[in-house]
Design a protein around this ligand. Structure first.
Ligand SMILES: [Zn+2]
Length: 451
């Protein structure tokens, strides 16, 4: 496969932008890019990028795909209230629900420019089929690069945790199932379409023992670690009360800070917490829409960036962000930071970098993803910036980040077309939407009604 996109505005994220240039793809890799007319390449497909902006494909570093099936519930709740209301609903899920919800969620991500997504699945009710495999099947169908995290909870109410005992698992079962998931699916190769991470859910639902054993398992198997951290003031209070430490100090004590760890949210950080993340190379997945929906607060992203913490973006589960497209999280991040710190807090280019290279670093893929550079994987988003309204904005990166979602002309994952002219080409778009809606109906019916 050989493709040249010509007459296009290139925002490679690494290196200077090229206002009128070309990008050449050979197989699953970027072969070259440059200004001016494209060089001759006999046999290559040529795509006219006039009026388009090419960026690296966006990378989503925090999600719970199954939550597509439980949107719009507990609308005015705090995180803890929302979780307590929804654990009961989620307890009714099965593999069919996860399959439908994941297909809809991944299709939606593709349509918003996402080429790589993580997924944090942490509820495994017994006897309901292979829930972890269901998400992987959906990712294969839609054609996105996938980083599923085998999540877990072992600290139910009776052990001082937040979830009811019936939705948590036993420590040994978790460790065995997690090792099995890594063995079965993790592909460490540079072109990998699928890498597995290890991800106990949070300090208020996973025991210290589960956290330390999970870290040992992940490091032994050479995979990454992920969890939720410092999302709300309630979590701060819970950690102080139960462990005598605030969340970042607690994770430090458990050996959970390091370059192989990325943490979702990190909203409530002290200066010392930010310094710890920077020194240890621990990454952060910023999920502004979800933080806004749950009234959790605004993460100190611009301060984290200034002090050298890697930050990527995440849409978080659809149950706390409702249909949020990944491209929209760039805008949301920019607006949140400016609302908190003023107009110079985050630029459009920085927001694009969070969504691309920042995400790739969180997933340990910065050598292969996150920028448009020769030799990297051909994960590319081509946005139309000369539409009836966007054409009035002189700067295409500004149009992409400051404005509403732009139409996608093409989305390539490893050179393969996943979206063309705003439509999914790998899977029937309408059928995915219907499968997501059906998963929601089935889940609520099985749960005996809404939360
Ligand atoms: Zn989450």
């Amino acid at each position: 496969m050989s493709l040249i996109i010509e007459n296009v505005h290139l925002a490679p994220v690494a290196g200077p932008e090229i206002p009128a240039g070309w990008l050449r793809i050979e197989g699953d890799r970027i072969a070259g890019l440059g200004p001016g007319p494209a060089p001759d390449a006999p046999g290559a497909e040529r795509l006219d990028g006039t009026g388009c902006l090419a960026t690296p494909g966006l990378v989503n570093t925090h999600h719970h795909l199954y939550q597509w099936a439980s949107q719009g519930l507990a609308q005015d709740a705090t995180l803890f209230e929302w979780l307590v209301a929804l654990y009961r609903v989620w307890a009714a899920m099965d593999a069919e629900i996860v399959r439908g919800a994941s297909a809809a969620g991944l299709g939606w991500l593709a349509l918003s420019g996402c080429t790589t997504s993580s997924d944090h699945h942490y509820l495994f009710p017994k006897g309901r089929g292979d829930l972890f495999a269901a998400g992987i099947e959906a990712a294969r169908e839609v054609g996105l690069r996938f980083h599923p995290a085998r999540g877990s909870m072992d600290r139910g109410e009776s052990r001082g945790g937040l979830p009811p005992d019936e939705v948590v698992e036993d420590l040994d079962e978790i460790l065995a199932a997690t090792a099995e998931a890594v063995d079965a699916y993790h592909d460490p190769s540079p072109s990998s379409m699928l890498r597995v991470a290890v991800a106990p859910c949070s300090p208020f639902s996973a025991s210290g023992e589960l956290m330390t054993q999970s870290a040992a398992l992940a490091r032994d198997m050479g995979v990454r670690l992920h969890t939720h951290l410092a999302e709300t003031v309630d979590e701060d209070e819970h950690c102080l009360e139960q462990f005598g430490l605030r969340p970042v100090d607690y994770m430090d004590k458990l050996g959970w800070l390091g370059p192989d760890v990325w943490l979702a949210h990190t909203v409530h950080l002290s200066d010392a917490d930010i310094a710890k993340l920077a020194i240890t190379g621990t990454g952060a997945a910023h999920c502004p829409s979800s933080n806004g929906r749950l009234g959790a607060g605004i993460a100190r992203v611009s301060e984290m960036l200034r002090r050298g913490v890697n930050v990527g973006l995440g849409v978080d589960g659809a149950a706390s962000s409702e249909l949020t497209p990944l491209a929209g999280e760039m805008r949301q991040a920019l607006l949140f930071q400016r609302a908190r710190y003023g107009p110079r807090a985050l630029t459009a280019r920085q927001a694009l970098e969070l969504a691309t290279l920042g995400g790739a670093r969180n997933l340990g893929r910065e050598g292969e993803l996150g920028t448009l550079e020769p030799g990297k994987l051909a994960d590319v988003a081509l946005w139309r910036v000369d539409g009836p309204y966007a054409a009035a904005v002189a700067d295409p990166v500004c149009a992409l980040v400051f404005g509403p979602a732009l139409p996608l002309v093409r989305l390539l994952v490893g050179g393969r077309t996943v979206v063309a002219d705003g439509e999914l080409r790998t899977a029937p778009q309408d059928a995915l939407g219907r499968a997501g809606a059906e998963a929601g109906r089935r889940l609520l019916e099985r749960a005996g009604g809404a939360a």
